[in-house]
Each structure stands twice: as C-alpha cells, then as structure tokens.
Design a protein around this ligand. Structure first.
Ligand SMILES: *[C@@H]1O[C@H](CO)[C@@H](O)[C@H](O)[C@H]1NC(C)=O
Ligand SMILES: *[C@@H]1O[C@H](CO)[C@@H](O)[C@H](O)[C@H]1NC(C)=O
Ligand SMILES: *[C@@H]1O[C@H](CO)[C@@H](O)[C@H](O)[C@H]1NC(C)=O
Ligand SMILES: *[C@@H]1O[C@H](CO)[C@@H](O)[C@H](O)[C@H]1NC(C)=O
Ligand SMILES: *[C@@H]1O[C@H](CO)[C@@H](O)[C@H](O)[C@H]1NC(C)=O
Ligand SMILES: *[C@@H]1O[C@H](CO)[C@@H](O)[C@H](O)[C@H]1NC(C)=O
Ligand SMILES: *[C@@H]1O[C@H](CO)[C@@H](O)[C@H](O)[C@H]1NC(C)=O
Ligand SMILES: *[C@@H]1O[C@H](CO)[C@@H](O)[C@H](O)[C@H]1NC(C)=O
Ligand SMILES: *[C@@H]1O[C@H](CO)[C@@H](O)[C@H](O)[C@H]1NC(C)=O
Ligand SMILES: *[C@@H]1O[C@H](CO)[C@@H](O)[C@H](O)[C@H]1NC(C)=O
Ligand SMILES: *[C@@H]1O[C@H](CO)[C@@H](O)[C@H](O)[C@H]1NC(C)=O
Ligand SMILES: *[C@@H]1O[C@H](CO)[C@@H](O)[C@H](O)[C@H]1NC(C)=O
Length: 675
C-alpha cells in the first residue's frame, strides 16, 4: 500500500503543465482546458481534494483483500468513498466514508480528522482497535451520521464541545468504551443515539437547557450507568424507543417519562429501580413493549395501564409487586402477546379478564400467591403455547388438567408447586389423542402429589421434558410395551439447580439431562439407559433403586454429571465407566451398598472420597480402605435380570428445576428456576 502510494503520487505531480510545451499548442491547450472544465462536472471525475485523498491514504487500514485506494485514481471513485462537488473550487470533498463489514483492522488514524467535509461515517462490524482520535468530534463538525458499532474501540470518548451540531445518528454500540458519556455529544439535533453494550459509567447525560426535540431512539442498555433517569427525559417529546436495561440505575421511575406520549418501547429491566410503577403509566398510549423486569419495584399493577391498549409485551417479573391481580382489567389489552408477572407478590385469584386477551401466546404468573382454580374460559386463548403458574396456591389438579387439556396449542405447561398433597390426576383420557398432544414440556414437580406414576403421561407423544420430582409418587417405572419407542429417545432439557446465571431462550440451547431425584422409585436401573447417549446429566439420587450399576452407563459418552447417591445399589462400580465417560466432572455413588475396588485412571482419579462415602464395602483409593480384601469377588452383588424398560420412566420422572422460556428474555437471579 505504501509503495503504491509513493509511485502514484509522482505520476500525479508530473501531469499538470509540463515545461516543454510549444507555443503553437497553447491555443489548443487553452480550448482543451476549457473543454475539460465544462465537461468535468458532468463526468464527475475531477480530482478529489488532495488533502482528503492524502488523509484517506494515511488511514492505512489493514485489510484483505486490499481496498482499491490508489493515488493514481480519483479518490472519489475509491471503494467506500463518496464526494460532493463544491462550487467555489474545483475539488471534490469526501463526504462519505462507508466501509461496514469490510474486515478492517488496526486503529482509526488521526488523519481522519482532516476529512473536514465528512457527513457520513460508517465503519461498523470491523475489528478496529484503540481509542478514537482526540479531536474527532471537534474537527469533523459536519458529521451527520456516525456508526462505529461492533468494533473493539476502547477508552473514553473525546470531548466534542458541541461542535458536531449537525449530528443526527450516533451508533457506538458494542465496543469497549468507558468513562462517562460527555453530555456535549448529545447535541440537540440528534435523533438516534445508541451507545449500548459498552462500559460507560456515571450518569445518563443531560444537557441542561437543550430539549432534544429530535430524539426518537435512545439506547443506553448494557453499560454501568448509575443514579437515575434524569427528569429532563420528559422534554424528549418525540422519543419512541428508550432502552436502558442492564445498568445500575436506581431510585423511582421518574414521572417525566409520562410525558413521552410517542413512546413505543420502554425497556429498563435489570437495574435497581424501586418504588411504584408510575400510577399514570397508562397515559403512554403508544406503548407496545413495557419491560421493567428484574428491579425492586413495589406496589400494585397500575389500573391505568389498561389504557395502553397497544401493549404487546408486558414483563414485570422479579420485582416486589403486590395487590390483588384480579382487580386489574386485562380485557382492553387485545394486542397482548406475552405477559410475564412471575416472581412477585401478587395475590388474589387468577384474573378472569385475562382470558379475553385473545392474542396471548405466553403467560407466566409463577412465584406469586395466587389462589383458586383454573377456569374453563382459558381454552379461549387459542394461541397460548406457554403457560407457567408454578409456585402459587392453586387447588384442584384434576380439574386443572381436564381444562388445560383443551388448550390445543400448549407446548409448555408448568404447574409445579401447587395442588399440595392432592392425588396425581390419573384419568386415562388425559392421554387421549385430543389432549396435551402438543406438549413438549410438562412440569409437575414439588406438588407433593400422591399415588402411582400416571400411565397416561406415557401417551404424550411429543413430550421432551417432564418434571415429576419432589412428589410422593411410588411404584416402579412403568413398562413401555404399549408405547412407540421412537419418541422415547428425544432429548430432555433441564437447568440444574446450581447452574450459573444463564439464559435459555430456546429449547435447543439447553443441555439434555435427566433428573429423577427425590422420589420413591424402585426396581433396578435397566440396561436400556445405555441408549440415552445424548444426555449430559443423569441424576437418579435419593430414590430406592436396587440391583447393580449397569455397564451400559459407560455408553453415555456425553455425560458430565452422574449422581446415583442415596439408593440401594449393590455390586461393584463397573470398570468400563472410566473408559467411556471422558467428560465426567461430577460423580457420586455415595450412600449405597456398593463393594469392591473403586476404578482408577481417567476421570476417576479426580473424584474425592465424598463421591464414594457411605459404602462400607468399597476399597482402594480414595476410600479409607486403601487395600481390598483378597480374593476380590469378580461378580459381586446380584446382577439385575430386570426386563423392565426404563425409557418411559425416564421421561416420566425427569427432574426438578427445568428452566427456560420461549418468547422471554431472562436473566435468572434465583438459584434455581421457577418458570
Ligand atoms: C473500486 O471499487 C469499487 C467497488 O468496490 C468500484 O466501484 C470502483 O470503480 C473501483 N475504483 C477504482 C479506481 O478501481
Ligand atoms: C452501517 O452499515 C451497516 C451495514 O451495512 C448497516 O446495517 C447500518 O445500518 C449502517 N449504519 C447506519 C447508521 O446507517
Ligand atoms: C446502529 O444503531 C442504529 C440505531 O439503533 C441502527 O439504525 C443502525 O443500523 C445500527 N448499526 C448497525 C451496524 O447495526
Ligand atoms: C478505560 O479502559 C482503559 C483500558 O481499556 C483503562 O486503562 C482506563 O483506566 C479505563 N478508564 C476508566 C475511566 O474506566
Ligand atoms: C424545545 O425546542 C423547540 C425547538 O427548538 C422549541 O420550539 C421549544 O419551545 C422548546 N421547548 C422547551 C420546553 O424548551
Ligand atoms: C412535559 O412536556 C412539557 C412540554 O411539552 C413540559 O413543559 C413539561 O415540563 C414536561 N414535563 C416533564 C415532567 O418533563
Ligand atoms: C428493595 O427495596 C427495599 C425497600 O423498598 C430495600 O429494603 C431492599 O434492600 C431493596 N432490595 C434490593 C435488592 O435492592
Ligand atoms: C383511561 O383514560 C381515560 C381518558 O383519558 C380516563 O378517563 C380513565 O380514567 C383512564 N382509565 C384508567 C383505568 O386509568
Ligand atoms: C418486598 O416488600 C416487602 C414489604 O412490602 C418486604 O418485606 C420484602 O422484604 C420485600 N422483598 C424484597 C425482595 O425486597
Ligand atoms: C397453533 O400452533 C400452530 C403451530 O405452531 C400455529 O400454526 C397455529 O397458528 C397456532 N394456532 C393459533 C390459534 O395460534
Ligand atoms: C400459599 O401457600 C404457602 C405455602 O404453601 C403458604 O405459606 C401461604 O400462606 C399460602 N398463601 C395463601 C394466600 O394461601
Ligand atoms: C453401547 O454402545 C455400543 C456401541 O455403540 C452398542 O453396540 C451397544 O448396543 C450399546 N449398548 C446399549 C445398551 O445401548
């Protein structure tokens, strides 16, 4: 690039008026020049301003394949460059530098500040590094559009002293900028301001005196901003989108926001806002998305919200909202598609007015104190696919199941921790082809249901995850002779209790796992377990399984966690486990009746005594009996000759804490989920 630049520069300097012209050609030359002068503006290829051309070449972007920027050609014809002809001289100035997604690397060289006529700058989606040149904003005072989003730019923004007074669009999203947001950059002409996904700290900028008449889009989300929303927000009367989620904003939500009658999207989730939702929130008549989840809001759901009739998504989960939910009239919210009021302190009955919101596809009311029963009117919600009401105080499981069976589009139904101590519904017709057949996920954990494992569950052909854990269900795993086996190997998805804060927005993102813990399941672990090759977690702990550990578990080559603790298992730990389970990082057979030598080698060398304790017959490191009594019995313990098929059972009793949700974005704060 550099060589290229030198040679072409020389050529260029030789071009105008060579000294060897003869007098008789001067006449022609004059006419020739005149001709050129007339034609040039039409051809539009007069030389681009030399300063502009040189400062572009000095930018020296490292890029492959290279830009066709060569000093021998007019810079206005270079890739990514547009010029505007200035009447008062014959140069063309560069007004657009537009090279998004071009694989640019290196820094933004300070020579960019010589492009003083630049109005549009788009270098988004490249790999630019370093800080912005100090006088970027103060030199490029004609800039109208700046898009530097999706790069690796760092450090504080340079000061602008209001020089960029034409600025309309600023997008610095998804870089590593830090420091405070200089209020001088939020000039009154700005319409779109996006600094999301950086590390800006300090306050939301306010420019005292300026009223931001043009601001329509303000995205401050994913930064480290503190304090609260400044009252001046109420003067941004054209604002349509305001996002400030994932910051550390606190204090009450400013009433100034109620002035923003054009506001369509208000997203300020995952902050520490406290106090009530402004009681007149319903004056935001254009509101479509109201996302206030994961804050510390108190008080009731304001009745005025019924006036925001364009509302489509309402998410208030994980706050401390209270009041009788049935006193809110949902019936005006005919466009509501997702409603999430989970993890609050709402009381009262399930609001019947909700059943008239025909657009609803997802409802979550989990973790509140709602009482009463599911009413038959719910079947009017024909699009309802996701319904979670776990951890409330509902009663009448048999009635609820009979009604919900009529919600044909339900794919996820979470009823865990309700209906305490009721018998598990065992009406065989629940498994009929006209009921629950769309269900993928069915969670009934922690209901303290009594009775036998209901056989109708085995007829739900699309079921991929089922949580029956923490119930008082007895009996052995049912046989599957009557069931088509093809659907039994579908993956199941759960979120382990101790998983870190993760978001699972799609079923397919979840690690397949099986949790059967904490029931009274008995019988042996059938060899068919070896067919569940896709699973990452197998937890059979705290049951009454007996017999030996089947060799076939070593076929589960994706297994990361295997917990067989607290059962009545006997015999030896199959040595094959250490060959097959290369990813195993958590293993326990504690508190069984196992005996013989603990396998060594592979992952087994990483497990401590706690994985094996409570089995007096086990020997060898890391147990307390370092040597084993001779001779070792090769086939210790009774072999299971069970022909019982486990697979149906596995989907019948898959564990606690299933965690995901479609159509929601969550950041879980709890230890385990409650959907
Ligand atoms: C440079 O490439 C662009 C397309 O990217 C093309 O339009 C332009 O004519 C080229 N200019 C030169 C001088 O080759
Ligand atoms: C910059 O270019 C990218 C890629 O073409 C485009 O998506 C983005 O909208 C542009 N930015 C602006 C502000 O127009
Ligand atoms: C930058 O943000 C603005 C406003 O959100 C948007 O119009 C523009 O397309 C974004 N640029 C990219 C590259 O996404
Ligand atoms: C900004 O980040 C740079 C490194 O990226 C660091 O040296 C500097 O201290 C940070 N400044 C602030 C105000 O956090
Ligand atoms: C806001 O700015 C507009 C246009 O600059 C002006 O007409 C209006 O009076 C200003 N309003 C306030 C409250 O300052
Ligand atoms: C609401 O807007 C009007 C002008 O449109 C302004 O006078 C008033 O101060 C604003 N209220 C708040 C609370 O910002
Ligand atoms: C929530 O607000 C209450 C007072 O309203 C306060 O005591 C509590 O510490 C706050 N919780 C969090 C997590 O900020
Ligand atoms: C809805 O708006 C109307 C007129 O603006 C008002 O009279 C009514 O009180 C509002 N409803 C609620 C529930 O606030
Ligand atoms: C919720 O509010 C109640 C009082 O209304 C308070 O006792 C409780 O601590 C709050 N919970 C949280 C998590 O802030
Ligand atoms: C039910 O779900 C199917 C498949 O997702 C969809 O095509 C259909 O439109 C849904 N029905 C309603 C009433 O929403
Ligand atoms: C709901 O059930 C929980 C425990 O199951 C109980 O502590 C609470 O008092 C019940 N609340 C209501 C309103 O019935
Ligand atoms: C274990 O895997 C082997 C080889 O893939 C296969 O032949 C065998 O049938 C599997 N065992 C079980 C119980 O699925």
């Amino acid at each position: 690039m550099k060589e290229n630049k030198e040679t072409t520069k020389d050529e260029k300097e030789e071009l105008p008026g060579t000294p060897s012209q003869r007098p008789r050609t001067q006449f022609l030359l004059f006419w020739g020049q005149l001709f050129l002068l007339i034609l040039l503006p039409c051809f539009g290829d007069s030389a681009c301003n030399r300063v502009d051309s040189e400062s572009l070449l000095s930018l020296d972007f490292k890029v492959s394949p290279p830009l066709n920027w060569s000093a021998s050609s007019d810079c206005c014809s270079w890739e990514g460059i547009s010029c505007h002809h200035q009447d008062y001289d014959h140069d063309q100035h560069v007004i657009r530098l537009w090279l998004p997604r071009r694989g640019l690397t290196g820094v933004i060289h300070p020579s960019i500040t010589s492009l003083t006529h630049l109005t549009h700058l788009n270098l988004s989606h490249n790999s630019l590094l370093g800080s912005l040149p100090d006088d970027l904003f103060s030199s490029l005072s004609s800039l109208q559009v700046i898009d530097l989003s999706f790069n690796r730019l760092i450090n504080c923004l340079p000061p602008s002293s209001n020089k960029i007074s034409q600025l309309q669009v600023l997008n610095l999203s998804s870089n590593f900028f830090n420091g405070t947001i200089p209020s001088s950059i939020l000039v009154p002409s700005v319409s779109i301001f996006n600094i999301s996904n950086n590390s800006f700290s300090g306050l939301i900028p306010t420019d005292n005196g300026s009223n931001h008449t043009f601001l329509t889009f303000l995205d401050l989300s994913h930064n480290k901003l503190t304090d609260t929303i400044p009252p001046g927000i109420g003067l941004c009367s054209k604002l349509q989108v305001f996002r400030a989620g994932f910051n550390s904003l606190s204090g009450p939500i400013n009433d100034g926001i109620l002035n923003l009658t054009n506001l369509q999207i208000l997203e300020i989730f995952s902050n520490q806002f406290s106090g009530p939702i402004p009681s007149q929130i319903g004056s935001l008549s254009s509101l479509e998305n109201l996302l206030l989840h994961i804050n510390n809001l108190t008080g009731p759901l304001p009745l005025s919200l019924a006036n925001s009739t364009k509302l489509s998504a309402l998410n208030l989960r994980v706050n401390n909202l209270t009041g009788d939910l049935s006193s809110f009239n949902f019936s005006t919210l005919q466009r509501l598609t997702t409603l999430d009021l989970g993890n609050n302190n709402f009381a009262g009955e399930l609001p019947k007015s909700l059943y008239s919101c025909k657009s609803l596809t997802a409802i979550r009311l989990a973790n509140n104190q709602l009482t009463g029963q599911i009413s038959p009117e719910i079947v009017a919600l024909e699009s309802l696919a996701f319904f979670s009401i776990s951890t409330n105080n509902l009663t009448n499981a048999a009635g609820a199941f009979r009604i919900l069976k009529g919600c044909k589009n339900l794919t996820t139904l979470v009823l865990s921790k309700n209906f305490l101590f009721e018998p598990v519904p065992d009406d065989e017709s629940l498994g009929d082809p006209d009921g629950f057949q769309s269900l993928w996920v069915f969670a009934l954990g922690g209901c303290q249901f009594t009775g036998q494992v209901p056989t109708w569950l085995g007829k739900l052909k699309n079921l991929q995850a089922l949580d029956l854990s923490f119930n008082l269900i007895t009996g052995s795993l049912p046989g599957c002779d009557k069931v088509d086996r093809s659907h039994l190997e579908l993956p199941v998805f759960v979120k382990p209790k101790n998983a870190s804060d993760q978001q699972y927005n799609r079923l397919s993102n979840l690690p397949p796992a099986i949790y059967l813990s904490n029931n009274s399941l008995n019988g042996s672990i059938p060899i068919e377990v070896g067919r569940l090759k896709f699973i990452h977690v197998l937890d059979l702990s705290h049951n009454k399984f007996s017999g030996s550990i089947p060799d076939q578990i070593s076929n589960l080559t994706n297994l990361e966690k295997l917990d067989l603790s607290y059962n009545n298992l006997s015999g030896e730990i199959p040595a094959s486990l250490k060959e097959g389970l290369h990813f195993l990082s958590s293993f326990s057979v504690a508190y069984n009746d196992l005996r013989g030598l603990v396998p060594s080698g592979g992952q087994f060398d990483t497990f401590t005594i706690s994985s094996f304790e409570g089995n007096p017959g086990l020997c060898g490191p890391p147990t307390v009996h370092l040597t084993c009594p001779q001779p070792l019995s090769p086939a210790a313990g009774p072999r299971s000759n069970s022909h019982r098929k486990l697979l149906t059972g596995l989907i019948v009793a898959i564990g606690y804490c299933i965690g995901f949700g479609f159509g929601f974005g969550f950041g879980y704060k709890q230890n385990f989920i409650v959907i």
